[in-house]
Design a protein around this ligand. Structure first.
Ligand code: ADE
Length: 235
């Protein structure tokens, strides 16, 4: 998969993709991630990327010209109707669709070239959303100062699902949420620590019993959840 990130703060991404699974996936050629400064695509002499909103109001809005130029240069695409196989242009914005594990699974399967536009300031000129963007994604019901942290979350969730990215092929299937359940509790050595014991069932080597216990605990955890008694009710 090819991932292009468009931002006015390319330094934000510094070494964020240089760790763990993402780094390994890059080195293995499973994903290629490039971060681009939107300013590089601004054609005017001041390289303006934002301007005041028409009709007045606070803040600045990202201008359309640099983003259109960037998308055209990176994808060859002229507008949303100009479909290119596997190309997905995504705008990170608090107004977007909530990003779920299912969204990551779908994008990992559908897209071979992902372009992530990090929104900023008071917003992005609506013509960008209308003409260039296939999907608008929000990572949660809160407002970040820009789409950069959201882009890094989306990249992480997708890259680890790409075939070969995880050491073991089964690991992603066992993730929390992939079957609609939170993960069961995990333990490692020592079997007893400060008087706290690892459940006996995990020590007896009986795999069917262990699986049953894990499933039971995952269900309990999902019902109870981290945020109170109703967490996980939609499942
Ligand atoms: N930009 C600002 N807030 C955001 C959010 N919650 N999700 C995605 N992009 C954003």
């Amino acid at each position: 998969m090819k991932i292009d990130v468009l931002t006015i703060f390319p330094e934000y991404f510094g070494s964020i993709f240089e760790f763990g699974i993402i780094r390994r996936a890059k080195l293995a050629g499973i994903v290629e991630i490039r971060v681009h400064d939107i300013r590089e695509y601004a054609a005017d002499k001041h390289r303006m990327v934002d301007d005041r909103p028409f009709g007045g109001g606070d803040g600045m809005v990202l201008k359309p010209e640099p983003l259109f130029a960037a998308i055209e240069a990176l994808t060859g695409r002229k507008g949303r109707e100009d479909r290119r196989e596997g190309v997905k242009v995504v705008l990170l914005t608090p107004q977007g669709e909530p990003f779920k594990q299912a969204s990551a699974v779908r994008l990992a399967a559908e897209a071979s070239h992902l372009v992530l536009i990090c929104g900023r300031y008071e917003g992005v000129d609506e013509r960008v959303a209308e003409q260039l963007v296939d999907e608008e994604i929000s990572i949660g019901d809160y407002v970040l100062s820009g789409g950069e942290p959201a882009a890094s979350v989306v990249v992480d969730a997708i890259v680890r699902l790409l075939p070969g990215a995880l050491g073991s092929e089964t690991s992603a299937e066992n993730d929390s949420f992939s079957d609609g359940l939170l993960d069961c509790p995990q333990y490692t050595r020592p079997a007893e620590f400060r008087g706290m014991k690892v459940p006996d069932v995990l020590l007896n080597g009986h795999h069917a019993e262990i699986e049953k216990w894990r499933r039971q605990k995952a269900l309990e955890k999902t019902k109870k959840g981290p945020n109170g008694p109703n967490y996980g009710r939609e499942w």
